[in-house]
Design a protein around this ligand. Sequence first.
Ligand code: SF4
Ligand code: SF4
Length: 450
Amino acid sequence: MSEQQGKGRRSFLIGAGGVAAAAGAWLIGDRLGAGTGAEAQEALSPEAIRKAALSKYKTLGKTGLKISKVGIGTASTTSPAVLDRAIDLGMNYVDTAHMYGNGESEKAVGKVMKARRKEVVLTTKFSPRARTKAELTRSLDESLTRLQCDHVDCVLVHAVEEVDRIDNAEVFEVFEAARKAGKVSHLGFSGHGPKLQEVLERGIALGRYELVLIKFSFMDYPRLAPLLDKMHEKGIGVTAMKTRDGARHVDLEKFQRGDGFVGATLRWASTHPRVASAVLTMKTFDDADLFSKIAGQELAARDVEMLEQYAALNDKVQCRWCGDCGPACPSEVKVWDVDRAAMYYGRYGEERRGMELYASMGNPAQACVGCSAPCESACAYQIPIRAQMIEADGVLGWRPPDLPIDPATAPPNEGIVRGGDGGEGEGAEGGMADRGGRRAPFPWSGVLKG
Ligand code: SF4
Ligand code: SF4
């Protein structure tokens, strides 16, 4: 176990002393409201909530853009009406991508942008498949067409797993040409893979990127704190995704009371001094209403207590996507990606997305059956990798007769969902929405309930 991991395992909320000092003495206790913030807002009218949310903007680094603390994620959104509602409620940061829903998410956003473009800060992403100048240019132009506008505020290099994706002269050339043509103003990148720290280091050093969208949660914070400080110094704006750290609360009733775990994680991320906006997918009106209400709230003591409980319960269950087990696996199973697919399937309630992502990898966890699991001794968190992988394969590898998935044409890395799910944000809770009436067990529910 590395020293950094050792620290990270039990200091998930406040970070080590040095980290806190470097972050401007940021400690969770300093940020606590009176412990009644959530309750106090319950009695407010919708209009009062909207005004409160509207007052809660932050500046997105040196872009100078003022964006809402909670951003409108569109990864699983195909409803223009839900997007309209989110904007009505005061959220003004819209994050979409070329590949979300095979373009369906951008089309939904476009229907709203037609009338409301000036009300929002709009970000899209290059297709992860686009590497050459021609491909990158085509990707951005297709996005603009679907978005029904001639300008987006920001474009991100999507789902960066290796530094060469951002250290790429063709990206800079295409961006500069598009900027001069008035198609886009700011360049950034997104990432959530095992090399996120390395990618961020390189992105900072390159000096070409103005914003990032990263996996960021209360359990990730200590590991990323020094990089967050560096980005702050350089004026790189940070937006956060996957803030629920595995979203295992869906199996645990005590984390679902009131706005529960979702509220606690969102208050934690959206009020973090190094985060401009926590981006959450808004699939439903209820999501939009809930998230807008939370957007204006301070972190409360009971939130911290809940996050501590969740972290303690999941410390040896939740894969951190660190990648340390990778070199130990003779079959090159990317455990972190299988875990992500299982998370989409079982905890985001997005079966199709999880299955498509797993299929795109070639059902790798089949190799875990009969393996002696050398990976497990490489995991500092003592995750029962083999058991989790076998369970995930059993669920994700299932194919309904009407859902043929061809691994050769399935999307790379990120799931593309043709029925409305996909992308990087997260809704309020897992659900049955896209389960087609078939209830499958959540992966690893037995582990958690035991
Ligand atoms: S149990 Fe699975 S992930 Fe672990 S080493 Fe074996 S094949 Fe690789
Ligand atoms: S199983 Fe452990 S070592 Fe492997 S990616 Fe997850 S947390 Fe890291």
